[in-house]
Write a protein that binds this ligand. Structure first.
Ligand code: FPP
Length: 247
């Protein structure tokens, strides 16, 4: 029985989020510059997206560039932006062919103009696709997102539109970049690091965390299947005890 056959389609998470880590270390291991790792990371992006869509995942979020990543050496940041522009442009057609909708979260205005335009174009051109939504987190950090949500809510209180004591979880969620997107049930991080790194802190409150030692460029379809099988073997209790869960 193949790994794929072991996955129970009725028990799939709706949303998987991925912290793609280890491109730099992978490149260094081959005696190459870090950018070479990012270039090879694109194949893992393609394989993971394809596998997720094939299996029936509805939302896939990839942490492609964090707010903190702007502090990397200038040449690496420039190369990553170029790679993003190129990849988005190249993959648009494949996304459409596979009925995948592209979305993005993060401080998109801070992206270079050509990257922002390419992204918006791809988002608009894939907007009607329904099989899966691929969400790129770009210039994203959770603390940035939460700060913005708090500002927006404070402004509404100031303007007398809402009362502070009426603010509930739903209102906070609808002021996040991920408004309308279900919370991820599974969060995967590659490269052996056991950290969340400012990613979807609110949204992963009940997510199952899966860590693998594989470096991102090595991650492929079989690795996604393994993560899903591991997820399906866990008991998700949401604060209840086992006996209270539906049989
Ligand atoms: C983390 O590895 C990876 C990134 C910061 C960038 C991820 C980008 C891609 C895979 C390419 C383009 C993506 C899309 C969606 C088109 P790292 O550099 O932190 O690795 P290290 O921890 O080994 O240094």
């Amino acid at each position: 029985m193949s790994l794929k056959d072991k996955i129970i389609t009725e028990k799939l998470p709706l949303h998987i989020a991925v912290i793609m880590d280890g491109n730099g270390r992978w490149a260094q291991k081959q005696g190459q510059v870090r950018v070479f790792g990012h270039q090879n990371g694109v194949k893992a992006v393609r394989d993971t997206t394809e596998a997720a869509a094939e299996i029936g995942i509805k939302f896939l979020t990839l942490y492609a560039f964090s707010t903190e990543n702007w502090n990397r050496p200038r040449e690496e940041v420039d190369a990553l932006m170029e790679l993003l522009i190129h990849t988005i442009n190249q993959e648009k057609e494949t996304l459409n062919k596979n009925n995948i909708r592209l979305q993005a979260i993060g401080d998109l205005q801070s992206l270079p103009g050509n990257c922002y335009n390419e992204l918006q174009e791809a988002i608009a051109e894939t907007a009607k696709n329904t099989r899966m939504t691929l969400i790129l987190a770009l210039s994203y950090s959770s603390k940035w997102e939460l700060t913005n949500a708090m500002r927006q809510l404070a402004k509404q209180v100031e303007e007398g539109k809402i009362k502070a004591e009426k603010i509930d979880e739903q209102m906070i969620a609808s002021n996040l970049n991920t408004a309308g997107i279900p919370d991820p049930e599974l969060l995967i991080r590659t490269s052996g690091e056991h950290r969340i790194s400012n990613f979807l802190l609110w949204q992963i409150a009940y997510a199952e965390l899966y860590f693998t030692d594989k470096l991102w460029p090595e991650f492929g379809k079989e690795d996604l299947y393994e993560a899903l099988i591991d997820y399906q073997n866990r008991e998700r209790r949401f604060g209840l005890v086992s006996e209270q869960l539906p049989k």
